[in-house]
Design a protein around this ligand. Structure first.
Ligand code: FMN
Length: 369
């Protein structure tokens, strides 16, 4: 074998060496990213469900920034799906995959029906909201107040799992009101894991059900990332994803040393270009990182299509309902303000011309654009 190698030309040896390097790289990638087939690594990075923010236009925009990051819908209540306009709540664009539907509800039968609809619509995951502290949601007896009833959540999860073949996951807090003990969230996760849930998204702070607004509930209760780390130690076979206050690649790297995935909410929304690095850095994708202007370019056909549907008589959104999610794209660059101003200028938006995206980009100082 070695004598054979000596007799090869320099070019042939180089080709073999390159082949071996590629094989080693793919072995590395298989072990790093596809070690456990199924759910693991798919949700390594995700964008949080956010009411009024992560609608379908926002998700398409995020998808043009990152191919692999897992996306979540806004919360949709079981009532809205069972008694309301299903298409209005569930329609999305094919390019959004992988995309998860977040449900709000607490009746196992209703949740099973809603989950089934989500699966039929083609969603990749059903997520149950056990973290929202708003008064409205509490009146419906779901969201964060469900953390006080782990057995009910387990019943809900079981009913949904029986109804669908896609993953059923739970997003929750680490405690409610004055409950500070780690045992509370450990028992919550343990009870629901026993019903077959394999993925938990842990917003690592308490929900205060009385006295704090939803916004304050995302800022005031202290973050306790160590609770999520302990969950991973106590439930090593369960996928644990951390959420809450994470803003930089360095923070993401640190969490991924302990946990299976990281979910970003506000930072992904306000500073979306942070996600341009995700595919290469966390999913091993070798495609070149898209520039901001390429992302704008990629959005134009989508904007055109949405506006054309609206013009064609279908009930459709205005340009603003797409551009409002894009205002943060140039954050950190000189001229970002000009970009934001142009994309939110009522007169320009009224013209409903997708070329506005080009114009806003062109209006920035040349170096930045
Ligand atoms: C405007 C807004 C709306 C939100 N709506 C939802 C929701 O529908 N469902 C949910 O589980 N969490 C919701 N959240 C909470 C986020 O999913 C996330 O848990 C929270 O913002 C903490 O993550 P972050 O610090 O990365 O933003 C919302 C957050 C914001 C800012």
């Amino acid at each position: 074998m070695s004598t054979g190698l000596y007799s090869l030309s320099f070019d042939a040896k180089l080709r073999i060496l390159r082949f071996q390097l590629l094989a080693m790289r793919s072995m590395y990638r298989d072990s790093e990213f596809r070690m456990k087939p199924g759910s693991y690594k798919l949700r390594r990075l995700s964008v949080a469900p956010m009411m009024d923010w992560t609608d379908r236009h926002c998700r398409v925009f995020h998808r043009h920034i990152t191919r692999h990051t897992w996306l979540y819908t806004e919360m949709v209540t079981t009532g809205a799906l069972i008694y309301g306009d299903v298409a209005r709540h569930l329609d999305y664009s094919d390019e959004e995959h992988p995309v998860a539907l977040q449900l709000g509800g607490s009746e196992p039968v209703d949740l099973a029906k809603a989950a089934k609809l989500g699966e039929q619509w083609g969603y990749d995951e059903i997520n149950l909201n056990c973290g929202c502290p708003s008064e409205r949601v509490q009146k419906g007896a779901f969201g964060a107040c469900l953390m006080a009833e782990p057995q009910l959540v387990a019943d809900c999860v079981k009913a949904m799992r029986d109804a669908v073949d896609i993953d059923v996951t739970v997003k929750h807090r680490i405690g409610i009101d004055s409950v500070e003990s780690y045992d509370f969230v450990r028992d919550f996760v343990g009870t629901i894991a026993a019903a077959g849930c394999k993925t938990f998204i842990v917003h690592a702070r308490n929900a205060i059900l009385k006295g704090l607004s939803p916004k304050e509930n995302r800022e005031v209760p202290p973050l306790k990332y160590d609770y999520a780390y302990r969950l991973k130690k106590d439930f090593p076979d369960i996928e644990i994803i951390i959420n809450g206050g994470i803003r930089t690649l360095a923070e993401i790297d640190e969490h991924l040393r302990h946990l299976d995935g990281v979910m970003l909410g506000r930072e992904a929304y306000h500073n979306p270009y942070l996600m341009a690095e995700f595919d290469a850095r966390y999913f091993g994708d070798e495609a070149p990182v898209r520039s901001r202007s390429e992302i704008l370019e990629a959005m134009i056909p989508y904007v055109r299509k949405v506006l054309a549907d609206a013009a064609g008589g279908k009930p459709g959104p205005k340009l603003n309902s797409i551009t409002r999610h894009m205002l943060g794209l140039m954050n950190g660059l000189p001229g970002a303000r000009i970009f934001r101003q142009m994309l939110s200028d009522p007169a320009r938006l009224a013209a409903a011309d997708p070329e506005l995206l080009h114009e806003a980009c062109a209006a920035m100082p040349r170096r930045a654009a």
